[in-house]
Design a protein around this ligand. Structure first.
Ligand code: GH3
Ligand code: MG
Ligand code: MG
Ligand code: MG
Length: 313
């Protein structure tokens, strides 16, 4: 009976088909007790550029959902001892705070099931057998909408860097990945040198131009998997997955050279800027990013007191 919610309990008989979790691809979490279909969906989505976590266990799916912040949740309606609605109900608090498009797949074409799904806030529904091309098109549409929303929520308007709100999610993802695969990352805090005097000399608007130019420069010179976060006014956190701290320091030191050659203009005046940075290796999944930011910040302070225009690890 689909109207009768009960507890979802662990069940060893169910299989998890795949955990292929990559930070640089959109992540789909698929839940279906038909393992043949599960495997088929996994293969098709992976071929279409998704990273996939696929399980036949509602209990596991809930666990993965909390740990992984997927970009899409695809779930079956009917299970032997529970149903997809219960899963959605269990996740409802989390779904209020975090936008994850949901798609229900089912043999059930009844009006009742559809109404219940849409009233619960499930975003989309597809009837089995699945038309794969249609499913991919629908998932793509959902993903575009999610990315659009993220753009509004997580991007700093002035510079186009990520904002602090984004950083929280990013660290959750990275720590999850670290627990699974042991992959470490480097974290840097960068701060523009004598930026107050740029504002004082050329005005705040020109100062803003420098901030924009700095982020554009970083975007052009860092890897696409690195994240640039505007942490404070002219302070930026850089997250560099799969990069040892020695390499991070070397790379950022080279970037100081490059950025120092960038020309900024104010009327007839031409001027240059530099930055300092502290970098640290994040090699342990902690509950928050705080301790690592502090470590990088301490290194930054050392770079500043040692004369600026340098990176300290
Ligand atoms: P240091 O080399 O020690 O970092 O010197 P500093 O002058 O850069 O010192 P500090 O980092 O404390 O200065 C931050 C300055 O950045 C002060 C503030 O007016 C300016 N600032 C912060 N946010 C913005 C912004 O959005 N636009 C502009 N134009 N300036 C900003
Ligand atoms: Mg089923
Ligand atoms: Mg500062
Ligand atoms: Mg500064």
């Amino acid at each position: 009976d689909i109207n009768q919610p009960s507890e979802i309990t662990p069940d060893a008989q169910y299989t998890t088909v795949a955990i292929d979790y990559r930070i640089d691809k959109p992540l789909a979490l698929i839940l279906d007790d038909d393992v043949a279909l599960l495997t088929y969906l996994k293969d098709e989505l992976e071929a279409a550029g998704w990273s996939v976590v696929a399980t036949a266990s509602p209990y596991k799916a809930i666990e993965y959902f909390h740990a992984m912040a997927p970009d899409s949740l695809i779930l079956d309606l009917h299970f032997s001892d529970s149903d997809g609605f219960q899963v959605i109900e269990t996740l409802s608090e989390k779904l209020k705070r975090q936008y994850v498009p949901t798609m229900m797949i089912s043999h059930d074409t009844s009006r009742q099931a559809k109404l219940k799904a849409y009233r619960m806030g499930i975003d989309d529904m597809m009837v089995k057998p699945i038309d794969m091309e249609e499913m991919l098109a629908r998932l793509d549409r959902q993903l575009r909408n999610k990315r659009r929303l993220e753009q509004l929520l997580f991007i700093d308007e002035l510079t186009g860097a990520y904002n602090r709100k984004y950083m929280h999610d990013l660290f959750n993802k990275l720590f999850t990945e670290m627990k699974r695969s042991g992959e470490v990352f480097s974290l840097a805090v960068l701060d523009l040198d004598h930026f107050k005097s740029v504002n004082d000399t050329y005005g705040h608007l020109i100062g803003d131009e420098v901030l924009r130019g700095f982020v554009a420069f970083l975007k052009a010179n860092l890897r696409s998997t690195d994240s640039i976060i505007r942490y404070g006014g002219e302070e930026f956190v850089i997250v560099m997955p799969r990069l040892e701290v020695g390499y991070a320091k070397q790379l950022l030191t080279e970037l100081i050279e490059g950025f120092s050659q960038m020309s900024f203009h104010s009327g007839d005046a031409v001027f240059h800027c530099s930055f300092s940075g502290g970098v640290t290796l994040v090699d342990e999944p902690t509950s928050s990013s705080h301790v690592w930011i502090e470590a990088a910040d301490t290194a930054l302070y050392q770079a500043k007191t040692a004369g600026r225009r340098q990176i300290v690890a």
